[in-house]
Design a protein around this ligand. Structure first.
Ligand code: ATP
Ligand code: MG
Length: 401
């Protein structure tokens, strides 16, 4: 039928963005292209092409490329609402009818289809026949060409779409849903605090889904935490990158700061003090790298450091806004989400985390800011933060294959 597989890609919310629509669509095309690159070279006259025309995005790929893989990669791009595999016909009723018959005959053979309905629409309003009439004419042609089929307008086995554009018509049935959201890069950049746990990869994914570009920071307490624990976080980050594209991760050794806290401050305040240092370092890195916000996987009430009192004290450490997309979710919901995006199995691998080093026996759940500030005054915070950042290691996180 066609030499290439054709995917019609629908943008969800992107389509609602009024005057900004071309910008959002362009970003979406860029993201789809980037994700498809790992399958084959992308561009005009290349094995895969992706472009936008008349408010739709198309992916056209050589038939020898794995269509399932292509659909998987396209539906992983934030901003894609759904995808349909279409065939082309010339924009006249004879060609559309002939292609529709062939299309339905193939479905009858493959899926034992018995009933159908045609739903037509025309982007070309100059086309002399109106949409309902196109539907009726093509339907009649299919009935003649496929003797086993009957029309069922209420619950057809196949809803056959005919989409008539200016110089081509597309025919397809069904669609594969994408993730929705907005293309990464259309909503600024966030510095995510990425641990090896269940929550922060999900939080990162959720903000990237709303269009944020990602830069990450990970804290470790080497040699108390192992090299393997760090690799685990890189692997987790790589899963997130398979949705949002490559990003940088700043890796910071927190041990000198933790030791200074343990030596100089009340034991029950250790956790909250460490958290405030994490936020301050993340903020310094965020400013350096043009991020407008911090992102954490905190969730109200989950642990001692995430009571509302503790969150207020944590927030007071920084001036940048802190985005906490999981704040109102239950742990079970977060775990389901982690499973859905594919980070869960990696997150539960049992490696040490810097938060569990020097864990106080009874962490304070109602910290008071004045007290915490008093404890911090015993430390040379600025020097500690500067030293930690000076020794940072930067890792390029690439999408997992
Ligand atoms: P997670 O599952 O994301 O580790 P958690 O429930 O274990 O979260 P905490 O350990 O209190 O919660 O951490 C709260 C948030 O602080 C995390 O979601 C993450 O954003 C950040 N965070 C914690 N540990 C680290 C770390 N080692 N490196 C970077 N960020 C961290
Ligand atoms: Mg954690």
């Amino acid at each position: 039928m066609n030499e290439r597989n054709i995917l019609i890609v629908r943008c969800g919310e992107v389509a609602l963005k009024g005057m900004n629509k071309p910008y959002f669509e362009k970003m979406l095309v860029d993201r789809v292209r980037a994700n498809l690159k790992k399958i084959s070279p992308v561009g005009q006259n290349k094995p895969i092409d992706c472009y936008r025309q008349e408010g739709l995005i198309y992916v056209k790929a050589d038939k020898d490329l794995d269509l399932k893989k292509i659909i998987k990669e396209v539906t992983k791009v934030f901003g894609v609402q759904s995808v349909s595999v279409a065939v082309e016909a010339e924009p006249n009723l004879d060609s559309i009818g002939a292609v529709a018959v062939q299309y339905m005959n193939e479905l009858i053979e493959k899926d034992n289809v018995k009933t159908f309905k045609v739903l037509a629409k025309r982007a070309d309003k100059n086309f002399p026949v109106k949409s309902p009439e196109i539907g009726r004419i093509v339907g009649a042609k299919v009935l003649i060409g496929c003797k086993v089929l009957k029309v069922d307008v209420h619950e057809p086995d196949v809803l056959l779409h005919v989409d008539l554009r200016h110089d081509v018509a597309y025919i397809y049935d069904g669609k594969v849903n994408g993730l929705g959201g907005l293309p990464v890069g259309t909503n600024g950049k966030g510095m995510t605090l990425l641990s090896g746990g269940i929550d922060s990869p999900v939080a990162t994914w959720m903000m990237a889904k709303r269009g944020m570009m990602i830069e990450a920071v990970h804290f470790h307490s080497y040699p108390y935490t192992s090299e393997r624990a760090k690799i685990k976080v890189e692997e987790l980050a790589s899963i997130v990158a398979s949705y949002c594209g490559k990003f940088r991760m700043h890796v910071i050794n927190l041990l000198p700061i933790q030791e200074a806290i343990v030596e100089n401050c009340p034991e029950e305040e250790t956790t909250i003090l460490v958290r405030r240092f994490m936020m301050k370092i993340a903020e310094a890195l965020a400013i350096e790298t043009d991020c407008q916000a911090l992102i954490t996987g905190e969730d109200l009430g989950q642990v001692a450091s995430q009571t509302s009192d503790a969150l207020v004290v944590t927030d007071a450490a920084v001036t940048l806004p802190v985005f906490r997309p999981l704040i109102g979710m239950d742990k079970v919901e977060i775990m389901e989400k982690a499973q859905q995006i594919g980070t869960f199995e990696k997150s539960i691998e049992p490696y040490e985390d810097c938060c569990t080093v020097f864990l106080p026996k009874h962490p304070t759940t109602k910290p008071r800011l004045e007290r915490i500030l008093e404890s911090e005054s015993k430390l040379d915070c600025e020097a500690l933060i500067k030293a930690a950042i000076e020794k940072e290691e930067i890792v390029e996180i690439r999408p997992e294959e």
